[in-house]
Design a protein around this ligand. Sequence first.
Ligand code: ADP
Length: 547
Amino acid sequence: MKLIKLLFRSVKYSRKKLIIALICLTFVSVTNLIYPWLFKIMVDHLLHSNDGSPDLNITLLIVLIGGIIILSTILGYYTNILMQQLGFQLRNNIRTAYFKTLLNFPVSFFKDEAVGKLTSRATEDISMLQNVYSGILVPAYQNILFITGCLILMLMLNPFATGIVTLIILCIIPLMYYFSRKIKVSSGESQKEHALANAVMDESLTGIREVKALLLEERRIEKYKNKLIAALVNEVKSSSYQAKSTQSVFVIVSLLLLFIFYIGIYGSSSWSPGSAVAFYFYSYSLTMAFLSLGRVYSRYYHISGSTIKITETIDLNNLTDLNEVDNFYKPNIDTLKGKVEFKNVSFGYNSKKLVLNNISFSVNPGEWLLITGPSGSGKSTISSLILGFYKANNGEILIDDKNIKNVDTFTLRNNIGFVGQEAILFEGTIRENILIKNNEISEKKFYDILKISMAEKFINQLPNGADTNIAERGITLSAGQRSRIAIARALVNEPAILVLDEANSMLEGNLEAELWHNLLNQRNDKTTIIFSHHTEFIPKVYKHIQI
Ligand code: ADP
């Protein structure tokens, strides 16, 4: 049902193309019904050719049908392309909606969901949806049309035999349904195992240093292989059901054709020989169309499995056209003064264990607050609470004396410069990374920021300076250099609140002392909150709390 709902929603963006494609498809399907009738004409004509009847009509008919075939081929070609295009468009729309939804989820969502599973959903499951038009809609529509046409023509030829053929074919349906259910279960299982295998690979590559340091290579490969084997077992099961389904239908179809052969000879003397031949072909095509419908049905289940998984994450009502402009961010951003206050704040990631217990502090614009504490004491958790990633269980977090719950998230984050211990940089040049939040600053200001963050010197030594791509071959930035780029990025907006979460842990002593000195000069009217283990180089101007 979800898949049908999805189709209806996506049709909204491509109604015209779809209507054109369906008209072409109708023409193509009807054309395919002509051939058995042609055989009827040919056989009857051959048998009567001894009477000396003229063959002028036949020549005209052949020319006419030749024209129809050429037209049908051209239309078939365009339908094919149109339907593929619609499928690709649908896939891209859903991928974007999926990514958009994920980025809108709160940070807490990602602690339960493996990132590998989420990305494999974006690649594998969503890619399956591109076949929804060419793999489901087209053959389903074509076969239903064809079956209807065949039945009408067969009824015109012999109503009694048509009744029997229909009855036999109707007996095939429950059989095909049974096999389709089986195929659905095993292919669902194999998809699940593939997603798990992807998650293993993703995890291992993301944590490649840990994998190598802990000598986990062999065990990771083993785990990956086991998931693939589990997927293979289910794939084999699925194809065995597919083969059983096809073969049992073939047996029934062959017996059916034998029966038609029998009644063709003995059944009814009112048939012309041509009619018997045409009837034979229509019955054959009819059963083939049913068989093909069965395949469409199992494909439908396969794809709808992916749709269900995708709709667990995204709401189909949010599906938009790629060409529509997103209003992701609010245009009205307020400027904050930068006062941050925690009043008896308690917080736990789950109800069982509190990470922060009754924490209180206050820091005003122009002040520096240093928060120290052993590893695992909750320093990063405090920075996450300031950024509004989580809500406190008890107590109040105030920003400019206003409860954080009432501060618009975009305004809050736009006024905070955040640097974490591990500097995450994005694909692109150093300049693009630094100006990612605001690229409208002057060149002079850009270099001032590089100076403050102690990044100017090493950037100038790079082959293309600030325009060096961080992923360029041969460019390897040290952890300290990446940290300094991240600090520059955080300073671009001159944020009212600067949160440095172990941002100095990768810097060498001299550099660090100079960086603090620069920051002190630049941020004398703004709030700076520093979480750090080692404090020896930090100028002693701060308020200090230990957690
Ligand atoms: P610190 O920054 O002082 O080293 P953290 O704030 O990172 O400490 O972590 C405090 C505690 O919260 C630790 O016990 C850690 O395991 C736990 N923790 C951190 N992040 C999460 C999370 N996303 N989900 C569950 N527990 C977490």
